[in-house]
Design a protein around this ligand. Sequence first.
Ligand code: HEC
Length: 296
Amino acid sequence: MRIIPNTLRIAFAFCAIFVGAVAFTGGPPAGFTGGSTEAACTACHTGAALNAGPAQFTLTASPSFTGGTATISAAFGTTPSIKHGFQFMGKDSSSTYLSGWSLTNNSTTQKNGPNHVNHTGTGTTVTSWSANVTPGAIAAGPVSFYAAGNQTNNNSAPNGDNIYTRNTRVYQAGLSAAATWNIGSVQPLVLAAPTVPYHLYIIAVSELASPSTPLGGVFEVPINLSGQLVSIGWSMPTIFQNFIGALDAQGNATAVVVVPNLIALSGITLHFAYATVAPSNTQVTEVSNGISRMLQ
Ligand code: HEC
């Protein structure tokens, strides 16, 4: 009577494989981006060491939530494979998940629980995926987004696959400007920080981009404030206009850079970012994304 248990065991094994295949072809379990407290897809998938595979994997995001939403995109650039997958999520500065996801492509992407977005079965045939997220009421400070990508060998099993992880930030205070800055032009800098209306702002200009500068707590200005231009900028209010001021009732303000008409400035790159402070106690309340513009 040994044949019956063996047959049953084989049948169970096949069932397990079948259930596994059904469960994972249409997307991974939630919570495997490799970011913050999460394990990466390497919990099940094996191949090259994490981030050591031959493919290019990127995570890009809108610089800020200006307009109330940000677009998050994960993509494989150069890749030797024909089948790929991903998962991403975002956490605010107090490590709470953002759950305001909305899909822009229901065929290649799906929500996985309230906090994660990943590929569908169809989505494994494409190499880029994106979704929109609205922050809702979240802690002050930038939101961190984390993505994992799987460049697979298409063998319908978790071995031979290369996993990549990336992260990026989206700021609650937005800073934007025109793309091209010519010598002698006048360039508006648009500030939009809807969560801190009426707060004071201070914009810094620096010739140094990195490393970013901690301001205490969760706040870090994403440019290097030890550049010589920082104090020069604040002492030249005819060139760097409205670099200190107050946001309006919607949290908006506009500053201006009057780019001197000096050909010698051509090729110089300027980096800008701002912090907001509460008028009552001058505590930092937000930091913006950084922008970099080369004078030409
Ligand atoms: C709990 C284990 C587990 C985790 C965690 C996991 N996977 Fe998988 N995945 C599997 C298994 C098992 C398969 C093979 C069966 C299948 O294709 O359905 C698979 C298959 C895949 C495939 C199809 C690959 C092929 O060769 O056909 C993709 C794409 C994929 N996973 C992406 C991911 C990504 C991206 C992550 C991380 C965010 C992830 N997986 C995390 C178990 C897992």
